[in-house]
Design a protein around this ligand. Structure first.
Ligand SMILES: [Ca+2]
Ligand SMILES: [Ca+2]
Length: 280
């Protein structure tokens, strides 16, 4: 009896050791299961129908908005630069995911890429409907970031290290853009948008502000006038018929992913490379 017990204990110990080794050295499958790691210091988690997302606090401050990196790589609409002061706010740790859009709206307006992939093919008008429903469900007051809120957050807020892209001067660290996604070709697994949060975050712990999908901002698009501003929200009347997009995307070249870069589209425009991020 005693001998059987010793054999059983030995077998159990061998099995446990083998399992431990399997997990310790099973790098391959861990890489496939890569998940977003939250690195933000101050954030709040919300949940809608089982889908969780984090809003990161951005401490208010004053910054120079526009082309401040003096290497000639900017567009005419990024100057004159202007001093902007912002009240504290929160912004999404990631782009809004397909899972969150589905949970709130009950439908997907686009091809399903994966729960953790960014929603796309949504117009500015669609985003307003989504946010309105999300606010009903959560009792919160989410909105699209203003263009100034977007840029300040992309630059790292008060923790900014003045990088050219959101979180690095080396775009490959932080962004899915043409060279590491589109140019890989349709047969490559890297062709297309990527699950959010797979590359390095910026100084505030925000992911994919450069690249992956472009992001709608709340404001009408207008030219900078160089005057200091507090909590600017763009033109208030119908001076503009275009809304701002920021951050570049997986099919655009590196310069599009600069934190200062701007573009504009009509509010009914939809595309496979354009989504959104929440603010509050
Ligand atoms: Ca993005
Ligand atoms: Ca531009």
């Amino acid at each position: 009896m005693k001998r059987i017990a010793i054999i059983a204990i030995t077998l159990a110990a061998v099995a446990a050791f083998a399992t431990l080794c399997f997990h310790l050295f099973d790098f391959g499958s861990q890489q496939q299961d890569k998940q977003l790691v939250t690195l933000a210091d101050d954030y709040q988690t919300f949940e809608v129908k089982g889908v969780r997302f984090n809003m990161v606090r951005v401490e208010g401050g004053t910054f120079t908005m526009g082309a401040t990196i003096d290497d000639g790589d900017f567009d005419p609409d990024e100057v004159p630069t202007q001093q902007v002061t912002l009240t504290s706010y929160t912004i999404g740790e990631t782009e809004v995911t397909q899972a969150l859009w589905q949970a709130v709206m009950g439908y997907l307006p686009t091809r399903y890429d994966g729960d953790d992939h960014p929603i796309k093919d949504v117009s500015w008008d669609d985003c307003q409907q989504f946010i309105s429903k999300l606010n009903e469900l959560t009792g919160q007051h989410f909105h699209l970031p203003t263009e100034a809120q977007w840029e300040f957050a992309a630059r790292g807020g008060c923790k900014s290290k003045n990088y050219k892209y959101a979180g690095s001067n080396n775009i490959d660290d932080v962004a899915w853009y043409s060279a590491n996604a589109w140019d890989k070709g349709k047969e490559s697994p890297d062709f297309g948008n990527h699950a959010v949060g797979m590359l390095a975050p910026n100084e505030l712990g925000l992911y994919d502000m450069s690249g992956n999908v472009w992001e709608w901002c709340e404001d009408y698009y207008s030219h900078y006038d160089g005057q200091p501003k507090t909590d600017p929200a763009g033109p208030t009347d119908s001076q503009g018929s275009f809304r701002v997009n920021r951050g570049g995307s997986w099919d655009y070249i590196a310069t599009s992913s600069r934190t200062c870069n701007r573009r504009n589209r009509t509010p009914d425009f939809r595309n496979f490379n354009l989504g959104l991020r929440l603010a509050q």
